[in-house]
Design a protein around this ligand. Structure first.
Ligand code: ZN
Ligand code: ZN
Length: 408
């Protein structure tokens, strides 16, 4: 079959069942230390028989922009999803970008399904399902709402019974386990040509690399990946972003509450700070990440706001709209007047009163900045002709489908 063209890139149809896995919040140290602890034999095997690379995720280093980049093979400037939230300036309100109407590009998954390939998608949280499954004729469901999947709307029914696990809690490692267990079940019973599995970073937000809890989670994923491998699947693994501690020497969160600070310096109502990490599930990070956008009210000079921001604690970089859009391949109409990045060990908030940190039972770990851009890019097969340019997590589909070594 001749290759398909999606968003300016060419993709061969899968020659063997191919599984793309996005491990949410997979800082490379998690894999490294789990392998060193002997907890991850499948991952350990990849160096000798597969391909081990490092790639950069897209900015902001958040879940939705990166999952959409992976399935479209393109940056947010093409697909339009640059956070969980953006400010709809016409309506003057913050709107969730979970809806597929905000998606500006087709997915490779849908395009392959249109050629007759059997495609399946399993996500941990339901918030990603509508976006990942947009236009897809195939199987697409979330672990979170696995009990609601029906043949008509999700391409599959009786998911809980078929997977053989109870419906998992949204705040648990079980949510990600369900994704993998469903993937193995689908590979056994449906044998999709292409399958996309996307987990949640609940464990990584709580536990640092190499801790017993983190190693146990990677051991669990390793077992399921080993099963998919044994079933003959080509497996490509990457992450939506990394994860870092965002704390001081005593484990206290290092936060700059930008709205409070800007109101204090410039007067109330001159700016509006928006955090695209905000989503309905914030208990484990208090909606705090290392990336913020600032909308400046007419009459206030943008460069003056930028100057104030550059002088604030924990602020690493302040970029105006055009610079941020060009540098980070972002849609300029959805990022505000300024983009603000925090240092590796710090996060940005709006107003202190708007962040409930009572759910933080362990020292804060989060993402969003440049410091969480490096992610693993792993394959269980040798690849030929790997490009020598900067690799991105959204190259994973192209590498898995177009660069399999002839020896395999
Ligand atoms: Zn994520
Ligand atoms: Zn996260």
């Amino acid at each position: 079959m001749k290759p398909i063209q999606v968003n300016g890139r060419s993709y061969q149809a899968p020659a063997q069942p191919t599984v793309i896995v996005c491990i949410d919040g997979c800082e490379q140290e998690y894999v490294n230390l789990a392998v060193q602890a002997g907890a991850a034999p499948f991952f350990a095997s990849l160096l000798a028989r597969g391909t081990v690379l490092t790639a950069d995720c897209v900015m902001p280093s958040f879940t939705n922009p990166n999952n959409l980049s992976i399935v479209t093979g393109a940056p947010p400037s093409v697909h339009g999803i640059c956070g969980n939230y953006f400010l709809d300036t016409e309506r003057g309100e913050e709107v969730l970008m979970n809806d597929a109407r905000y998606l500006r590009a087709p997915t490779v998954l849908a395009a392959l399904a249109d050629t007759g390939a059997k495609v399946a998608v399993v996500t941990a949280k339901d918030k990603l399902r509508a976006l990942l499954g947009h236009g897809l004729r195939g199987i697409c469901f979330s672990a979170e709402h696995a009990d609601q999947a029906s043949l008509q709307t999700h391409g599959i029914a009786d998911v809980l019974a078929r997977v053989g696990l109870p419906k998992p809690s949204v705040y648990s490692a079980d949510l990600s386990e369900f994704v993998f267990a469903a993937g193995v079940m689908l590979m056994r019973t449906e044998r999709p040509d292409l399958m996309y599995l996307s987990t949640t970073d609940y464990v990584q937000h709580k536990h640092a690399p190499g801790t017993p809890q983190a190693n146990a989670f990677y051991a669990l994923m390793d077992r399921y990946l080993g099963e998919l491998d044994a079933l003959g699947a080509v497996i490509g693994i990457t992450a939506d972003h990394g994860m870092n501690a965002k704390t001081d020497a005593m484990g206290r969160p290092q936060v700059s509450f930008l709205q409070d600070l800007l109101d204090d310096r410039l007067g109330d109502g001159r700016t509006r700070v928006l955090l695209p990490i905000t989503d309905p599930y914030v208990v484990h990070h208090g909606a705090l990440g290392s990336y913020a956008t600032v909308y400046v009210r007419p009459g206030t000079p943008v460069h003056a706001v930028a100057e104030v921001l550059r002088g604030l604690p924990h602020v690493e970089r302040v970029l105006d709209r055009e610079t941020a859009a060009a540098r980070f391949e972002l849609p300029p109409d959805r990022i505000g007047d300024l983009v603000v990045l925090a240092h590796r060990l710090a996060v940005l908030g709006t107003s202190a009163r708007r962040h409930d940190l009572s759910g933080l039972t362990v020292p804060l770990r989060s993402h969003g900045g440049l410091s969480e851009q490096a992610v693993p890019l792993l394959f269980n097969r040798p690849l030929a002709d790997v490009p020598t340019r900067r690799l991105r997590n959204f190259d994973v589909l192209s590498l898995a489908l177009n660069h399999l070594s002839p020896r395999t």
